[in-house]
Design a protein around this ligand. Structure first.
Ligand code: PNS
Length: 164
């Protein structure tokens, strides 16, 4: 039988409703979707540990029977090959995402010509949502409850207790 497994990689610090929207869309078109959290991100110090991010994603995706959550280090193409995935799923919110995504997709294609990158767009209402903005707004006391799952709001509250 011909099945398609895809990897949805990212930092997910933290998971947003935009990520969840993309997971739901991806899970409809591939047979198996592995959400993969990068362990050794070169981004500024993360707010949540990889374990916390994995717990949040696992809980938030538990109703999807074909979605699992894992972590990876090193090259995405190596992780995809190890897991037998044919595709990488990425979200594009606005034209400003395009250049970065194009570079990554082309680099991944150079590294592994067999691995395809699939781009999907999240619901319009999440096109401005990013993990970076969520953290910034929450840390300043803003309400982000419409933009992340409730379990993420709880975790944010326990990380940044004084503001809310
Ligand atoms: O959600 P993010 O932070 O935009 O995700 C970026 C991610 C994790 C997809 C990207 O940094 C990645 O795949 N890193 C692994 C290292 C790698 O494979 N680099 C070569 C491709 S550019």
């Amino acid at each position: 039988m011909h099945t398609v497994k895809a990897i949805y990689p990212g930092t997910f610090d933290p998971l947003t409703n935009g990520h969840l929207d993309l997971i739901a869309r991806g899970a409809k078109i591939v047979d198996e979707l592995v959400v993969a959290i990068l362990r050794n991100s070169d981004k500024a110090a993360p707010l949540f540990t990889v374990e916390e991010r994995q717990e949040m994603l696992t809980e938030a995706t538990r109703d999807f029977h074909n979605v699992s959550v894992d972590t990876f280090g090193g090259l995405l193409v190596d992780f995809a090959r190890e897991r037998g995935a044919k595709a990488v799923l990425r979200g594009i919110r606005a034209i400003s995402d395009y250049e970065y995504e194009f570079q990554m997709a082309m680099m991944n294609r150079k590294l592994d010509p067999e691995l395809e990158t699939l781009f999907m767009m999240p619901a319009e209402k999440y096109t401005y949502v990013s993990s970076r903005l969520i953290k910034g707004v929450f840390q300043l006391g803003g309400d982000v409850s419409a933009l992340v799952p409730p379990l993420v709001v709880e975790r944010l509250r326990s990380k940044v207790p004084s503001k809310r």
